[in-house]
Ligand binder design. Structure first.
Ligand code: ADP
Ligand code: ZN
Ligand code: ZN
Length: 709
């Protein structure tokens, strides 16, 4: 029997929100350095854990329990380095989650299931013969434009963080490639992390990076890390990054937690994209963590966007006489598009002047028809939210409400179902109205499906140059469920087999369509009057990005003798969002929005957090929040004097799957005060939840820097 002489403190994911610190103590035959991956007993199970510094130990052994020994060490995997542990600890603290939860979520899932000896065998398996380091084989680069070169030189000589503010097609990716190359060549152990918002965009990026760097650093040098990969693939990429074998990691938000001991540069492409914010568990912002990690680990951070988030834009403001410091970030502008035609001409259709209920205005239809007749492609964009069709009874007014949510069930024509997009509850379409029995039930409202169908009817007489009918295709969450479906559909568009592409914002992001000369937003107004103060910012970014899909190939445009256009159908043609869009003037839009935000003391001039409570009734959910607020005041918690607590309110969609949801907003001019208050409030919230009147009835969570209010 081994003699256990050392005590180690292990971070692990304990399933309960018990409030017990989540570092637990175990006995070990020998001291284990912090960062060591171990398997330890937890109750009747054995789980993966990470040895943490003793100084951070907060866990307590249950009274009278003997300290249990570590079950095994994952041999062959180097301990996770201090910068990684500091990142995890910071994220857990900042986003108000348990350390062990964040640490374990940051590791590849398969690591949890492997026994130590299985992993050892996996690591011993002979790796595929590494490619020769082709250093004689120089990297093929293209000469940078003057704008790109200016940006590159400053990134090279200054410490950043940098905002690369460049329109779509201005050559931002080329600058990323060059800066990554520079970092990797300067140091044989250097690593780069490049993040993109969507899984769909990783293959394109991977291809570009592999083509560029495989000849120099070997084909194993570039790996991907995102949730679309299988667990074995993810483990393989993770181990390659952790061991230093991978020089470049490309991924989505989760990649910000990759173990990268040699990290020297982080790129966050499309930094404004909401998908960088995790919406469950630890609700972290991968963009914000990238900034923190870069500073801590001494890596350069490069954010790129044509429509930066207002937070980033404000943080990169240049110094002025009144504001001699300016922002913390360095702003680098690249206004010119390379190899692309002029920016799309924006045309607004005033829907007040169109026949009521018209979905497609006559001038837009005419414009699309012309493009079809010339063999050019068009793209029709529909905001996903709020346009899903519901089933409606003409006789009694019945609507297909979800019985479990405060939302409608959506009519899906293809498989004749009614589906709730919030809880998933699905039924077959009834033959007659469930309330009055009338057979006169129809779908109401428009989804992409209806839009596609209607457009087909409206364009049925329109012929292509070869006298064949126009071909319409739809891309949205429904058509792309199957693996590889999106790729196949995109390939059809690229191959010119589609004349009009209808879809949600999915099609507006990143794709390099060469022959699209017209983009139309059919009904974008919804976002203008949303209760969420960020809605106009998101709409503007979406429309700018959509406009950027048109006219990407100057040579094609010239050969066609055509001009690219962005159409907007709106009831508010004079709205600031559309005025700024018309001029392609992000800066004017940002200035106007920031002025409003400053006057209203909203982010980025204030910091926010939300506490959400879920319960069977609104009364219980809101009662819990009210009680926890009262307890905070009674205790005079630190930071409270500088934090405004707003009263609890129901969420916009207040009931999902029979659960009532309420939330309350907290706001402060000081991030530190808000953080201090949240940390102090956490145990009070726990205690309030354990009180007899709430016990077992409420679930709660905190969202720090929420993106959606
Ligand atoms: P962004 O990332 O800003 O959208 P990209 O880097 O993808 O822009 O560049 C847009 C297009 O211009 C790509 O086809 C790219 O290959 C090309 N390109 C970029 N930089 C140059 C350059 N210096 N010379 C010639 N072509 C370039
Ligand atoms: Zn009816
Ligand atoms: Zn539902």
């Amino acid at each position: 029997m081994p003699i256990h002489t050392a005590i180690v403190h292990v971070a692990l994911h304990t399933p309960s929100h018990s409030g017990v610190g989540d570092l637990l103590s175990y006995a070990s035959a020998q001291p284990l350095p912090p960062g060591t991956l171990v398997r330890v007993p937890l109750g009747k199970r054995e789980v993966l854990g990470v040895v943490w510094d003793a100084a951070e130990a907060t866990g307590e052994l249950p009274e009278g329990a003997a300290m249990r020994p570590v079950a095994g060490v994952l041999e062959g995997v180097a301990p996770l380095a201090l910068p990684w542990r500091r990142l995890v600890a910071f994220a857990a603290r900042y986003y108000q989650r348990a350390l062990g939860e964040v640490a374990l979520a940051a590791l590849p899932p398969q690591l949890r299931d492997l026994q130590p000896d299985q992993l050892a065998r996996r690591l011993k398996r002979p790796a595929k013969a590494l490619d020769q380091d082709g250093s004689e084989n120089a990297i093929q680069t293209i000469a940078l434009t003057a704008e790109q070169e200016r940006a590159r030189a400053r990134i090279s000589s200054e410490s950043g963080p940098f905002l690369l503010f460049g329109s779509t097609g201005s050559g931002k990716t080329e600058v990323y490639l060059r800066c990554v190359q520079e970092a990797l060549e300067a140091d044989p152990t250097a690593q780069a992390l490049v993040m993109v918002p969507e899984i769909n965009l990783t293959p394109q990026l991977e291809e570009r990076f592999t083509t560029r760097f495989a000849p120099r650093f070997g084909s194993q040098a570039v790996v991907s890390l995102h949730s679309g990969m299988t667990n074995p693939q993810r483990l393989k990429s993770w181990l390659a990054a952790h061991s230093g074998a991978a020089r470049i990691v490309l991924g989505t938000r989760m990649a910000v937690f990759a173990s990268l001991p040699g990290l020297k540069i982080i790129v966050v492409d499309e930094e404004h994209d909401p998908s960088y914010k995790q919406q469950e568990g630890a609700r972290y912002s991968a963009r914000d963590l990238a900034i923190w990690r870069g500073r801590e680990q001494g890596a350069k951070v490069l954010l790129g966007s044509a429509t930066p988030s207002l937070e980033t834009w404000h943080a990169s403001r240049p110094p002025t006489p009144e504001d001699p410091e300016g922002g913390r970030y360095v702003r680098l502008a690249m206004p010119s598009r390379i190899g692309a035609g002029a920016l799309a001409r924006v045309r607004r259709v005033d829907m007040n002047q169109q026949p009521r209920r018209a979905i497609f205005s006559a001038p837009l239809l005419a414009a699309i028809s012309e493009r079809v007749a010339r063999g050019e492609q068009s793209m029709v964009l529909l905001n996903r939210r709020g346009y899903a069709p519901v089933l409606h009874c003409a006789d009694c007014g019945w609507k297909s409400d979800c019985p479990h949510c405060s939302a409608h069930q959506v009519f899906h024509k293809t498989d004749r179902t009614l589906r709730c997009h919030h809880c998933g509850y699905t039924v077959r379409v009834p033959r007659a109205c469930p309330t009055c029995g009338s057979p006169d039930i129809h779908s109401m409202g428009r989804g992409t499906e209806q839009l596609e169908e209607q457009l087909g009817d409206l364009l049925s007489e329109v012929l292509r140059p070869d006298r064949t009918p126009a071909r319409i295709a739809r891309i949205d969450a429904d058509t792309t469920k199957a693996k590889g479906a999106l790729e196949a559909q995109l390939a059809q568009v690229h191959a010119g087999e589609v004349d009009v592409l209808v879809g949600t914002q999915m099609i507006a992001k990143g794709h390099d369509f060469r022959r699209i000369t017209l983009v139309a937003a059919v009904q974008p107004d919804g976002a203008l009057f949303s209760s969420d103060f960020r809605a106009p910012e998101r709409l503007f970014a979406l429309l700018m990005q959509a406009a950027g899909r048109a006219g990407r190939d100057a040579a094609y445009m010239a050969a066609q003798g055509t001009q690219c256009e962005m159409w907007v159908q709106t009831f508010h043609p004079q709205h600031t969002v559309y005025e700024a869009l018309r001029k392609h003037d992000y800066e004017a839009f940002a200035a106007q929005q920031l002025k409003e935000r400053e006057e209203a003391a909203m982010p980025p001039f204030a910091y926010q957090a939300l506490v959400r409570a879920d319960a069977r009734t609104q009364e219980v959910a809101q009662g819990f929040l009210t009680a926890a607020t009262a307890a905070a005041h009674a205790a005079g918690l630190p930071g409270l004097d500088a934090v405004t607590l707003f009263p609890p309110v129901p969420l916009t969609i207040q009931r999902v799957a029979n659960v009532e949801r309420a939330q309350m907003l907290m706001e402060s001019g000081s991030r530190t005060a808000l953080q201090r208050f949240l940390a102090a409030w956490q145990p009070v919230l726990q205690a309030t939840r354990s009180a007899p009147e709430h016990k077992g009835l409420v679930r709660w969570l905190v969202d720090v820097d929420p993106l959606v209010i």
